[in-house]
Design a binder for this molecule. Structure first.
Ligand SMILES: NC(=O)c1ccc[n+]([C@@H]2O[C@H](COP(=O)([O-])OP(=O)(O)OC[C@H]3O[C@@H](n4cnc5c(N)ncnc54)[C@H](OP(=O)(O)O)[C@@H]3O)[C@@H](O)[C@H]2O)c1
Length: 402
């Protein structure tokens, strides 16, 4: 690959694809020729000429003159097909599709090794925050103890507006949908799945731990109400949706959950659509990275940075992952990596006590009941919270008390 003019083909010309197109056209350093852009909908109006597009993936995947394939589509299975075929054909790939990357991580890792190609994906977690390469390179030898972050701009935007404007969830969500800060179907964001995929990817690069998204607990803010915000406010706290991975002996506690954070916490100050990631190491102590976590140009700029990295033959070395594999000697499964056997102190707001039946409540430290609002603060067996993962029927709101 030459540094002068690299040949790039894109899959997807939506929010991220168009953002990349713009930042590529404004880049004075990286000279790239966009060979073709593959999209799906033949009837959609495009901002640029029809000669730039194809609707047939093999028009790109069968080409021999490409340096990089950039995958930015919103179809997980198809994204995996495209990315794996490109790698099998010996082409380096950049991807922004966190769900696809998290769900197929094992397969994608193998494909990189077998085909001696690079797959890099800085735009998939933290948007414009360069966190994956930082974990991979800067924290290469550092003994990291934990990583925790606000990784989803939509939910942080909703939580911020609820608090600062004293509004209820439904009203802010509706507004956010109208102004483009939330999807028409917000489930993946508000139920914590988007944060889950990103947390799984960060766990790989922070600790070398590969977990399937369905093995990791994610609770979201879909059941939050202004009562919860008021409760936090009265105590000088804020509620943030946080994905975290922390070393616990020779296992890891990895989960996504709303949490109360206090004013001293750097994540307290991350507002609206901004993201923040705090990394804690044995020697570096706490460091926080903040920036726009999503959006067309911020994500496009992270993707551009990946394309640029490929021009100097960058690839993730996955040293921590290789070390974990060697340590576990083949027994590289969730039971050996994931610590779920602990109690966690949580605030639970509920309507009917029956809603708590599925939970292993061990020790109630505070209880409040009124005609409108009921909540408890209790130590709960962590494993039992999996009953609420992706559970559309449950109406309880759970928030970790730190
Ligand atoms: N939006 C963000 O801020 C952001 C941030 C980080 C990561 N991501 C990830 O980046 C990816 C793209 O997100 P987005 O927001 O740009 O999505 P989007 O705005 O919905 O655009 C999706 C694009 O994918 C194309 N597409 C869908 N299926 C395809 C197929 N089978 N073959 C070729 N093209 C196909 C669509 O084609 P048509 O134009 O023909 O419909 C469209 O151009 C997703 O995985 C998302 O999770 C997004």
């Amino acid at each position: 690959m030459s540094n002068d003019k690299i040949s790039v083909a894109l899959f997807g010309f939506g929010c991220v694809g168009q953002g990349l197109y713009d930042v590529l056209n404004h880049s004075e350093v990286l000279q790239a020729n966009i060979a073709k852009i593959c999209v799906k909908d033949r009837n959609k109006e495009r901002k640029i000429g029809a000669e730039n597009f194809t609707f047939e993936k093999n028009d790109i995947l069968n080409r021999k003159d490409l340096d990089v394939v950039v995958e930015m589509i919103n179809d997980t299975k198809e994204a995996f097909e495209i990315v794996s075929t490109a790698m099998k054909n010996g082409i380096n790939v950049v991807s922004a599709s966190k769900k696809m990357l998290a769900e197929y991580f094992e397969e994608l890792y193998k494909l990189q090794e077998e085909n001696k190609v690079a797959l890099i994906y800085e735009g998939s977690a933290g948007g414009s925050i360069p966190i994956i390469r930082t974990l991979e390179e800067y924290y290469d030898n550092e003994l990291l103890s934990s990583i925790r972050g606000i990784l989803n701009g939509t939910t942080n935007y909703i939580l911020t507006r609820m608090e600062l404007e004293s509004k209820d969830y439904g009203d802010v969500l509706k507004d956010a949908q109208e102004s483009g800060f939330a999807e028409i179907d917000p489930w993946l964001d508000v139920a914590g799945f988007d944060t889950l995929y990103k947390t799984c990817l960060l766990a790989v690069h922070a600790f070398g731990v590969v977990l399937k998204p369905d093995q990791v607990l994610n609770l979201g803010i879909q059941n939050i109400s202004f009562d919860d915000i008021r409760y936090a406010r009265e105590k000088g706290l804020r509620i943030k949706l946080i994905g975290s991975a922390a070393k616990q002996g020779d296992k890891y506690r990895v989960f996504v959950m709303p949490r109360f954070v206090n004013k001293e916490d750097e994540l307290y100050k991350i507002l609206y659509e901004y993201n923040g990631v705090e990394v804690e190491g044995a020697f570096s102590c706490k460091q926080t990275f903040t920036g726009k976590g999503a959006g067309s140009h911020p994500t496009g700029s992270a993707v551009l940075s990946d394309i640029s990295a490929l021009t100097y033959r960058y690839k993730y070395a996955y040293k921590k992952l290789k070390k974990q594999r060697a340590r576990l000697n083949g027994n590289y499964n969730a039971e050996n990596l994931l610590d779920t056997d602990f109690a966690i102190k949580v605030y639970i707001r509920y309507t009917d006590k029956k809603e708590l039946d599925a939970l292993d409540i061990r020790n109630v430290v505070e209880e409040y009941r009124s005609p409108g609002v009921n909540f408890i603060i209790a130590e709960v067996g962590f494993k039992s919270l999996y009953a609420l993962k992706g559970n559309r029927e449950s109406k309880v709101f759970v928030c970790a008390v730190e």
